[in-house]
Ligand binder design. Structure first.
Ligand SMILES: [Mg+2]
Length: 233
């Protein structure tokens, strides 16, 4: 196989963020008896949370608010929408979410089959934008840790994808060469254009077939397609 080092993104590439998040929110809905307190269905609760979460993430990305604020404010705004104004409840919900969600184990179809096969031919690594502790819990709980030689988080590297420095950090750390490396991820500007910028080939995991104009080395919808493509190289 041409590629000796495969660098994977974690969230939404291997670890099924949407499914795991939804499961956590349903557990929260039951734990805090939100049907009773908010008079709302779990679907409405999740829909409202997603809207507020997205708005607050946009503010977080441009540096308007910090992570601690984001963590409880997304729940405060949600419960306020249903007539409950309690900072204390919102903080408890925020804590529940950040402690429970990383323990969820939902992976994309064929993730383990892919890693089993590819680990016979190449070294596997992770490059993830996220916090050390949280990302390591996800990897461990979902049984992924043993597959990876090097796990680079943005917290550890001090910079986030698509900053070239995090890819260079990962390459140097793992003893890889750029021309024998491949970056696999779901986020076109962050994972793939970032890698391309430093001369690393890219495989775009695009399960929902989002349309785009970028030129990537390989694009696919199911992890078994990546295995087939790699074994031909
Ligand atoms: Mg991702």
């Amino acid at each position: 196989m041409k590629y000796k080092h495969l660098f994977f993104d974690l969230d939404r590439t291997l670890w099924d963020f949407e499914t795991n998040s939804k499961q956590t929110l349903i557990e929260m809905y039951e734990e805090y008896e939100l049907e009773k307190h908010l008079s709302v269905s779990s679907e409405q609760f999740i829909k409202s949370y997603k809207q507020h979460n997205e708005e607050l993430w946009n503010e977080y990305r441009v540096g308007k608010i910090d992570k601690d604020y984001l963590r409880s404010a997304r729940f405060l705004r949600t419960i306020e929408e249903f007539g409950v104004n309690s900072n204390e409840l919102a903080e408890q919900m925020g804590f529940f979410y950040v402690s429970k969600s990383p323990e969820k184990t939902g992976l994309f179809p064929n993730t383990i089959e892919m890693l089993d096969e590819l680990s016979k031919y190449a070294k596997l690594h992770i490059i993830t934008n996220g916090f050390d502790e949280v990302q390591h819990i996800k990897l461990k709980q979902s049984g992924l840790t043993p597959y990876f030689d090097h796990i680079v988080t943005s917290e550890h590297a001090g910079v986030k994808k698509p900053d070239p420095a995090i890819f260079e950090f990962a390459i140097v750390n793992s003893g890889a060469m750029t021309n024998e490396s491949l970056m696999i991820g779901d986020d076109l500007p962050v994972d793939l254009l970032g890698a391309k910028h430093v001369g690393i080939d890219q495989a775009y995991f695009n399960p929902t077939k989002k349309s785009h104009q970028e030129d990537v080395t390989f694009e696919y919808q199911n992890h078994l397609e990546l295995v087939d493509w790699l074994l031909d190289r």
